[in-house]
Structures are given as C-alpha cells and as structure tokens.
Design a protein around this ligand. Sequence first.
Ligand code: FRU
Length: 326
Amino acid sequence: TSETEKYTIGFSQTGISDEWRKSMNQAMEIQAGFYPELELKILDSEDDIDNQLKDIEQLISEKIDILIVSPIKSKPITPIVEKAFKSGIPVLVVDRKTEGDNYTAFLGGDNYEVGTNAANYLASLTNENKRVIEIKGLAGSSPALERSLGFNDIINATKNLEVVKAIEGNWESYSIKDSLRDVLESIKDIDYIFVHNDRMALGAWEVVREKKLQDHIRIIGVDGLNGPNGGIQLVKEGKLLATILYPTGGDEAIQLALKILNGERVAKNNILSTTVIDSRNADIMNKQFDKIYQQQQDIDYQRIKIGKQEKRYTTQKQTLQLLLAL
Ligand code: FRU
C-alpha cells in the first residue's frame, strides 16, 4: 500500500455567528474536500480574544502542519502567532492582519482599496456639497483601520465631500444603532453613511427608516454577500445605495496552504480584488453567484457519489477475493 503524506490544517476563525464567516468556512471545507491528504480543523473563537489565544495554543500543541488565522484584533493576537511561526509552523494570516511580519503569507481583500472604492463612488455621484457619516468596524482590527484610511484619504482630497462624524462599532448591527440615533438627532442634513460592513449597514438603514430619513440619506456598505439579507440583496431592495465586494478568500486560502505545505514558494502578500456593487450590477452579480453556488453543490454531490462507488467497488473486490480463496 502506498501512503501519501497527510496534512492537518488548523484554522483559528474569529467567530462563526455571521454569514460572511460561515461562507468562508464553507468554501474552505469544500476546497479541502478535494484533497484526500488534507484534514481541516476549524476552531471558532466566538469573537473573544482570550478564546482565540487558547485556540491557537491548542492547535500548536496538536502539532498541526500549518496554521491559518484570522486575528480578531491585530495586537493581542500577534505574540501567539509569532510563537507558532518561530516554532516552525507555517502561518497563513487571512482577512485581518497581525502586527509585524512573523508569518509565512497573508491572504485577503485590500481594505484600503475598499475604503477608496467607497469614497470614489460617492465622489462620482455629484459635485454638490455633501455631508457624510462614517461607521467603523471593530477598533484594533486591521480592516477597520485600513477601510477608514482609504475612505478618508479620498474624502479629504474631494472638495465637495466632508465626513462630519465617525461612529465606532464592533462589526455587528446592534453595536451602532444607539449611537447613530443620537447622531441623527443632533446633526442634520446628512447625505451619505459609509458603513464598514453590510450587517452594520442594515442596522444603520433601520435607524434611518425609524427617523423617516430614508429618502434623504443613502448608505454604502461592505461585503456584498449573496443570499438573504446579504449586501447584494440589500442593494437590490434599495436599502443600500451600494456595497463594496469583500471576498472571503476561503478557496484561495486552502490552495495557498497546500502550496506552502508542498514546499512551493509563495508571495508574502496575496491580495484579492474588490469591486463596487450598485443597482447597475447587483442583479448580474446575484445570478453569477447563484450559478457558482449551484456548480459547487453539483461538484460536491458528484464527489460524494464517487466516494460511495469507490466503497462499493472495494467491498465487491474483497468479496470476490474471498470467494476465489475458497
Ligand atoms: C465578518 C466581518 C465582515 C467584515 C470582516 C472584516 O466577520 O465582520 O463583515 O468585512 O469581518 O474582517
């Protein structure tokens, strides 16, 4: 019998309470399923930094062959990631970054570009003076920092646009509703709200509607997930003016991990591209993503069927051998 080497990929995920993370995990599981030599172990930190530290510690002690990690916040997770890396475990950082450069490779969307895309989109809409609120993701996480930088760099260079207020959230809808209520009561004549993700953007839309301002204030989100209450649907329903596509990179993460495991040289920075989704392309994006999803399901179904046939073939072969031995 020939034994191919087996690899265990340990993935420390921030949390799995939201659809973006679920879809990332699902893409990774489907992709890993194509390689019989791969075992994928995903630990869910429930968005708690102490849990994530323990999870990574556990993965290190289990002697995984590669660590994939999406750090909830950069700073507190950096030392343990460095420890893994320095102990010889290759480390692939995905979506959110650590500090410094003690890791093998990074893979994720360009969050600075997410911010500039959003601001350039607003700038392209009008030459009139417009007032903007920015609602940020979790402080200390790299996407929040970079989205804000990119957005403000363009807004500051655009004469007719002004950010009049920034609100801090934690990526979840509930975290921004009270502050936005207060802000909308004290500051009038807001035209746009740029929100760092679609879940908080939906929360912002709910507050805007509560205040009967939905005909005046237009909202831009980030993520552009397909499916119920995903950004693409929110654009189609007119709740969002636009969303910036932020790919999860689940498939790519597994492919990159495999290359690293096979000793291939990989780039340190692996950047996934982003794009604006608005009413002009939301429908086509929706149909394309549906189609890809359907094809993935078909492939998965075929894979399971082939697996079953292989099993049946092996038992038939064994029975035959037994009979012949009689
Ligand atoms: C998912 C999420 C996304 C956001 C990303 C940033 O957990 O909150 O909505 O784009 O994380 O890392």
